[in-house]
Design a protein around this ligand. Structure first.
Ligand SMILES: Cc1cc2nc3c(=O)[nH]c(=O)nc-3n(C[C@H](O)[C@H](O)[C@H](O)COP(=O)(O)OP(=O)(O)OC[C@H]3O[C@@H](n4cnc5c(N)ncnc54)[C@H](O)[C@@H]3O)c2cc1C
Ligand code: FES
Length: 257
């Protein structure tokens, strides 16, 4: 599918927990074509502020397209006031999504921090057809960063939760959940998304145990099309743009400091 800019109708915009919202819009062609790990670039303002579009992972693409978001600044706060019937200016699908696991894979472990859980549901929708054992390790800061995750559970995903303050699930960062899983270097594959220090921790764990995976990286973006180089990150193969070469990269490829 070409990178299409279009205006879509908002179907719903609901708060799922204190910090996370889900916005659903009617974009049948986009829903059909999008790959897990790709994102959309949304113009959140009708006026000039904020000027640039904001990137959001596709959370789910079935009849409608869904994004999961956390209002943290002007653009995302404007999204939170969108109502059913409003129009939404969307560019996408953009970027390079997740690679599928290698043939030998039996178990897929998704490791997400905060709003980094967003690309994991559309991934689940694809992977559940392959009969893998699916596990989600989710780390949120507080109870307000944990929502029911019913769609994951309904899809047969085993969900384990940690919070920094212990208000839900295990106390601590998502790494405290690693011992819930029997990782097997031959048959486990990891997908991860979240803050860079978290991805770095997952990268180190995976390298130590010789487990392959993919990471969805985030960087502040402008064009979203690979033109301005504003979202470049360092990889073992040189600088790469998150918006065009990524957001999904091989887990061992990205260099974190
Ligand atoms: C590929 C990609 C996918 C994303 N998917 C989602 C998603 O599914 N749901 C979601 O809620 N958010 C997602 N984000 C982050 C989202 O784009 C930002 O939260 C949003 O742009 C913030 O806009 P704002 O105007 O509300 O706040 P701003 O004022 O622009 O930002 C608020 C604060 O967050 C920081 N910030 C903004 N963007 C990023 C970023 N990408 N990485 C690290 N810090 C940042 C800013 O420096 C500032 O301190 C994604 C980002 C990328 C690159
Ligand atoms: S945002 Fe312009 S190259 Fe990625």
């Amino acid at each position: 599918m070409d990178k299409i800019q279009n205006t879509y109708r908002v179907i719903s915009n609901e708060r799922l927990c204190a910090h996370f919202w889900r916005l659903t819009f009617d974009a049948p062609q986009l829903a059909q074509e999008v790959q897990p790990g790709q994102f959309v670039h949304i113009r959140t303002a009708d006026g000039l502020e904020p000027l640039f579009r904001r990137p959001f992972s596709i959370y789910r693409a079935q009849r409608y397209v869904e994004i999961l978001y956390e209002p943290i600044g002007p653009g995302t706060r404007l999204l939170a006031v969108k109502q059913k019937g409003d129009s939404l200016d969307v560019l996408g699908p953009l970027g390079t999504g997740f690679k599928m696991p290698p043939e030998r894979t039996k178990q897929v472990v998704m490791i997400a921090g905060g709003i980094g859980v967003a690309p994991m549901l559309i991934l689940t929708d694809i992977l559940k057809k392959k009969k893998y054992e699916l596990i989600l390790l989710y780390g949120g800061r507080t109870r307000g960063h944990v929502y029911p995750m019913k769609e994951f559970k309904d899809s047969g995903v085993k969900v384990y939760i940690s919070t920094d303050d212990g208000s839900v699930g295990s106390k601590g960062r998502v790494s405290v959940l690693f011992d819930k899983v029997h990782f097997n270097p031959l048959t486990t594959f990891i997908y991860t998304c979240g803050p860079n220090p978290m991805i770095k921790g997952v990268q180190e764990f995976a390298a130590k145990h010789n487990i392959g995976g993919q990471a969805s990286c985030e960087e502040i973006m402008a064009c979203g099309l690979g033109a301005c180089l504003g979202c470049s990150i360092e990889t073992k193969h040189g600088y790469r743009t998150v918006c065009y070469d990524g957001p999904a990269f091989d887990l061992e490829e990205v260099i974190f400091y």
